[in-house]
Write a protein that binds this ligand. Structure first.
Ligand SMILES: Cc1ncc(COP(=O)(O)O)c(C=O)c1O
Length: 376
């Protein structure tokens, strides 16, 4: 069986180091907010040239806390896409705002030509989702945000290390939100997330929100008071053990992205000229291929045959969010509201791709896939 994703080979290689670093973190006597976390936050910021950054408990929390930090809440509207992971939208709803969905382009990313149509007096922010590992059209999005005085929260959960022109995602908008869910570009062995920002004020605020609203950055700080909330906050943090694992893995991320790009290139070369619609890479940007997503109108048949050949695939995502019971509303019930989103949800599927996947396995997948495509 070729698995869609697996971390067993990675763990086999890193096991002695991981066990040692977990032991070290436990021996330190700190479970939270110790040296491992401090080191990780510093290293992550430096790795991507961010000005400031704060770790949080998950990518979902990162989006929610960024929204709260920017003062977005009840009565406000936030613009994003329906072709994304549920958490992009659940975070918007959790802060009390309403969501406005914009259709996607050929890259399966927010169609920047269509954003303005959805801006109202209530609109406060845009969340461009750098889905599958590719950056959205940030020049255009920044231009719109500036003209309409909107905040930009980049959803970088799938795109750590991706670049828009020469800039890393997460350094362009008001805040960048990352996920360390195990399958992601940098995965913990549990949950984790991060918020990057260029604003010192926002940095200080999100740092308080993630810890019950307490000003805890520096006990010498004149605002520091133990067990005293300066504002309404929550609890969202990464444990020392997870931070130790992330510290160990972070230096390898650039190499892993290189390997992802290499495997994606093999897929693209071998599947070129078939009836599959392959990912379109924006040449000005660096795609990190968190996922290799293809489209075919006979998707279900192909996926079934791949399964019969012991190849696992995934669908990211089979249901547009505006069609889900939890998030649809009166306007969104209209059919063909987001034509591209609705069309591709019926035909996209993702092929196995992770750094430890062997190149000969990718070649095997493409051979079998070519055969299936000829037969349908
Ligand atoms: C696009 C996107 N946004 C947000 C998230 C939320 O991240 P997490 O699972 O760490 O909460 C994910 C991960 O599933 C994601 O893929």
């Amino acid at each position: 069986m070729i698995q869609f994703w697996s971390f067993s080979n990675e763990y086999k290689n890193l096991r002695p180091k991981i066990l040692k670093s977990i032991d070290k973190s436990l021996k330190s006597g700190n479970i939270f907010f110790g040296k491992e976390l401090q080191k990780f936050e510093k290293k992550f910021i430096k790795y991507y040239n961010f000005k400031y950054g704060v770790s949080v408990g998950s990518g979902t929390d990162a989006i929610l806390i960024a929204l709260l930090g920017l003062g977005i809440g009840h009565g406000d509207e936030v613009i994003t896409v329906s072709n994304t992971a549920i958490p992009t939208v659940s975070a918007i709803k959790s802060c009390g705002s309403d969501v406005r969905f914009v259709d996607i382009n050929d890259n399966y990313l927010i169609d920047s030509n269509k954003i303005e149509k959805y801006i109202s007096k209530k609109t406060k922010a845009i969340i461009p989702v750098h889905l599958y590992g590719q950056a959205c059209d940030m020049d255009r999005i920044c231009n719109i945000a500036k003209r309409f005085k909107l905040k930009i929260i980049e959803d970088c959960a799938q795109a750590q290390g991706a670049k828009y022109k020469n800039r890393y995602v997460g350094s362009i908008g008001d805040a960048g939100c990352f996920s360390f869910y195990p399958t992601k570009i940098l995965g913990a062995y549990g949950d984790g997330g991060f918020i990057s920002t260029n604003s010192f004020q926002l940095y200080k605020k999100i740092k308080r929100i993630r810890f019950y609203g307490i000003e805890m950055s520096d006990p010498k700080n004149r605002y520091y008071k133990k067990y005293y909330a300066n504002e309404h906050g929550t609890n969202s943090r990464i444990s020392e053990m997870q931070a130790a694992i992330l510290n160990l893995k972070l230096p390898q991320v650039k190499l892993w992205i290189k390997q992802r790009r290499k495997l994606a290139k093999i897929y693209s070369q071998e599947l070129k000229g078939t009836s599959l619609q392959l990912p379109i890479e924006n040449v000005k940007c660096k795609h990190v291929f968190h996922l290799y997503v293809v489209y075919h109108s006979k998707r279900d048949k192909i996926v079934k045959k791949l399964k019969e050949n012991n190849i696992q695939t995934n669908i990211n995502y089979p249901f547009p969010i505006h069609k889900m019971k939890a998030y649809k509303n009166r306007i969104l019930k209209k059919s063909n509201y987001l034509p591209m989103t609705e069309k591709i949800a019926k035909g996209i599927f993702s092929l196995p791709l992770y750094p430890k996947l062997k190149e000969n396995k990718v070649l095997k997948i493409t051979k079998i896939l070519q055969k299936i495509l000829r037969s349908i």
